[in-house]
Design a protein around this ligand. Structure first.
Ligand code: GDP
Length: 298
């Protein structure tokens, strides 16, 4: 079990009650606790370092507050910095001026991409959009069928290659899917792409080709929050290899403490747009940096 960051801070800061100002030693002790808590929450080391440097600097410069004791002041600073590093405000989807908006989904196999496609489609429908799914994961057996099932559950049509014509070309399917969306006047197209178990060149090349062909308004990198530190390596590889405009964190219903969120946002500089927290279509929400900060703080 983790000691939450809040618990750690409270215990280290208990002796600060009654003090008017934080001493250098108080701040250092606090920084050590924050460091351990963040590493336990699986935040990448360079991100931890940057974060602590910021908190220390602010804590040192903090004015003696009438309203808050030093302990509360530190917690407030940590919380604000966490929200900041997580992106501050919730970032909305970029919608195309001329529909359809094209959203490409990329990520490793098992990250939860296909499930996410259904969730996002259902959510978009609820927002008054008329989404369509395009099945470009032609690598994994059953991926197309799985997307069709998910599409049916979400009540959203799925464009897929005709069965029986061999593996097919995902770039071609993506192009035709968008043509079909235009024809049938769907205002958002979600393009599901192939993932692999690990980062590999072929997968990257395919994603790059699809991206070039469909010129998406958003490329969402879907990443499993449970993979902890690996999330950073995978995100960096996708950022360098394909590029993306936003992140979706999945499996937040597990006991991941949110370290992946903090790291991926900070390392890639791209915002987290959505969070998936369960296997059902409705287990999905817009990502709220303040709520994730509270979760990390405990
Ligand atoms: P893909 O290979 O990236 O398309 O991944 P899938 O969508 O097939 O998901 C892989 C597995 O993770 C499936 O068993 C999903 O039911 C499960 N899954 C997806 N999203 C979540 C989530 O947010 N929470 C949990 N607990 N499971 C999820």
């Amino acid at each position: 079990m983790f000691n939450t960051l809040s618990d750690r801070l409270t215990s280290v800061l208990q002796n600060l009650r009654g003090k008017g100002r934080l001493t250098e030693a108080d701040i250092d002790a606090t920084a050590r606790e924050i460091r351990v808590a963040l590493l336990e929450a699986d935040v990448a080391l360079p991100v931890v370092r940057t974060f602590i440097a910021k908190v220390k600097e602010r804590a040192k410069g903090a004015e003696v507050s009438q309203a808050l004791n030093p302990a509360q002041q530190v917690v407030k600073i940590v919380n604000e910095e966490l929200v900041g590093i997580l992106g501050g405000e919730t970032r909305r989807l970029n919608l195309a001026k001329t529909p359809p908006t094209v959203i490409m989904l990329a990520g490793l196999q098992g990250a939860g991409k296909t499930t996410l496609a259904g969730k996002l489609a259902k959510w978009l429908k609820g927002q008054g959009h008329t989404p369509m799914l395009v099945a470009c994961d032609l690598q994994r057996p059953n991926a197309v069928t799985q997307l069709q099932v998910v599409g049916q559950r979400a009540g959203v049509p799925v464009f897929a290659p005709e069965p029986g014509n061999g593996v097919g070309d995902p770039v071609d399917v993506a192009r035709k899917g968008i043509e079909e969306a235009k024809r049938a006047q769907h205002d958002v197209v979600l393009v599901d792409t192939a993932g692999r178990l690990g980062v590999d060149e072929e997968m990257m090349r395919q994603a790059v080709d699809i991206r070039a062909a469909v010129q998406p308004d958003e490329v969402l990198f879907v990443v499993d929050a449970m993979i902890g530190q690996d999330a950073v390596n995978t995100a960096t590889a996708f950022a360098d290899g394909v590029g993306f405009t936003g992140v979706v964190l999945t499996k937040l219903d597990g006991d991941a403490r949110g370290g992946a969120a903090l790291s991926v946002r900070e390392v890639t500089g791209q915002p987290i747009l959505f969070a998936s927290n369960g296997e059902k279509l409705e287990d999905f929400d817009v990502f709220h940096p303040d709520r994730m900060a509270s979760r990390i703080l405990g």
